[in-house]
Structures are given as C-alpha cells and as structure tokens.
Design a protein around this ligand. Structure first.
Ligand code: PL3
Ligand code: FE2
Ligand code: FE2
Length: 245
C-alpha cells in the first residue's frame, strides 16, 4: 500500500446506515434554516429600526436551506422533515410565545445566540467528516452564521442594562432544550462521524463568548451555563451548582 496519509477514517456516504442517519440530520439543518428564516422575518417586524439588516439575514437563511437541500439530494437522501419539525417544536414554541408577548430580547437570545451558536458548533464539527460537496457548502454557511451571531451580540450589548433580567430568564427556559435536542440525535450524529460531546463543548465555547461580549461577567456566564443544565428531572444540580459564592 502506498503511503496516503488520512486524518479521518473512511466514511461510506452511500451505506444504508449513513444515509438513514443523514435523512434526519440533513432534515434538521433544512428545518433549522427554514425556522431561522421565519424568525428573522419576525424580528424584522419587532425591530422596524433594523428591518433592513434583519431581512437580509432572513434571505441568507433561505439560501442556507436550499444549500442543505442540495446536500441531501447529492447523496440521494430524502430528508425526514417530520422528524425535524418535532425536533425543533419546543424551542419554536418558546419563540412564538415570545413574539406574541413582543419580548424582543428573548427572541434574540433564542435565534441569534442559542440557535446560531448551535449551528456554528454542529456545522464546524461536521466539516471534517462531510462529503466534498457538503463540506464546501457548510464552510461558507458557517461564516454567515458567525455574522448572525454578531448581529445579536451587538444589539444585546447596546441594550444590556435593560435586557439583563430577561436574558437570564430566557436562558434558563431555553438552554436546557438544547441539551435535550442534542441527546435526541446522539446516535445519528455518531453514525455520520460526529462526537456529540464535541458539539456540546464547541457550543458552550461560542455561547459563553457571546454572553461575555454582550456584557456578562465570567461569574454570571458560569451561572447562566449552570442554569441551563438544570432540567426538571435534575433540580438538585441547580441548587448545588449555583453555590458559587
Ligand atoms: C441558523 O442559521 C440555522 C440553524 C440550524 C441549526 C441546525 C443544526 C444542525 C445539526 C446538524 C449537524 C450538521 C450536519 C449538516 C448536514 C447537512
Ligand atoms: Fe443559517
Ligand atoms: Fe443563521
């Protein structure tokens, strides 16, 4: 055998196991981008002062959706959209409630911080194990998602004093959903060569950075992260881990 150095084990993109997992993962990307599109349209209505940039972000999300649809087609995979809509149902419900209450801060936390950080983390971990077609597309998408995150950070930073309390509340209500969502797809991400823990780590890195850029102290960032881990089945964690002095 000649010495061809490979950093990644071979992945058979046409195996039934890969395509089965990809039908759900690809659908999550498609529906995630569709919801991001709709959410930025809603935000443009809630923040008419910023409707131009927000409508532009929405347009970009629609393009992302089409790009990920092409990734599925390229591998002959039919995305399981039904699965993906259920996957986002709880987070989407919270966004809708926040829109109805005109809670812009909560909407921005859900879309521009949580969802964008989740996308940046998942897409970055996916890039090294993606097929050539999807890798090129995903690399470009990540740059856009970074800009979406920056938009949210910049707005929340400018309105930090009046947003602080709502941000903490919205964080507690929505961050636990991300861990539940990640757990749901553990086997599928593993089947396409991704380590769930790597996504979680990368997510927390970007999310923690974002909270810091907005104006939270290191101690608050730790508290906000710990709050997010407190799910209804794990109340004790909240009390114990919050004993930060
Ligand atoms: C925000 O612009 C979009 C939000 C989408 C979030 C989707 C998370 C994606 C998880 C799937 C892992 C990457 C695989 C991509 C496959 C085409
Ligand atoms: Fe996107
Ligand atoms: Fe985005």
């Amino acid at each position: 055998m000649t010495s061809s150095f490979k950093t990644q084990p071979e992945i058979d993109f046409q195996s039934e196991a890969y395509k089965d997992a990809y039908s759900r993962i690809n659908a999550i990307a498609i529906v995630g981008e569709q919801l991001a599109f709709e959410n930025f349209l809603q935000l443009a209505q809630l923040l008419p002062q910023y409707d131009k940039p927000l409508l532009q972000l929405a347009k970009v999300e629609n393009r992302h959706k089409k790009s990920f649809q092409a990734c599925g087609k390229n591998l002959n995979v039919i995305p399981d959209l039904h699965f993906a809509w259920n996957f986002f149902a709880a987070l989407h419900h919270n966004f809708r409630v926040a829109v109805d209450r005109r809670q812009v801060v909560t909407c921005l936390l859900i879309q521009a911080l949580i969802i964008e950080c989740f996308a940046i983390a998942a897409y970055s971990i996916y890039v090294p194990v993606a097929d050539d077609f999807a890798r090129q597309i995903t690399e470009t998408v990540i740059l856009d998602e970074q800009a979406h995150l920056n938009f949210g950070e910049a707005w929340l930073k400018r309105h930090f004093d009046t947003s602080r309390a709502e941000l903490k509340h919205a964080n507690q209500a929505n961050l636990p959903l991300i861990w539940q969502m990640l757990n749901q797809v553990e086997a599928d991400v593993c089947a396409i060569g991704i380590d769930k823990a790597a996504i979680a780590e990368t997510f927390m890195m970007h999310y923690g950075d974002a909270l810091g850029n907005i104006g939270f102290s290191t101690r608050e960032i730790l508290q906000l992260s710990a709050h997010g881990l407190a799910t209804p089945t794990c109340r004790l964690t909240e009390e114990v881990s919050l004993d930060l002095g």
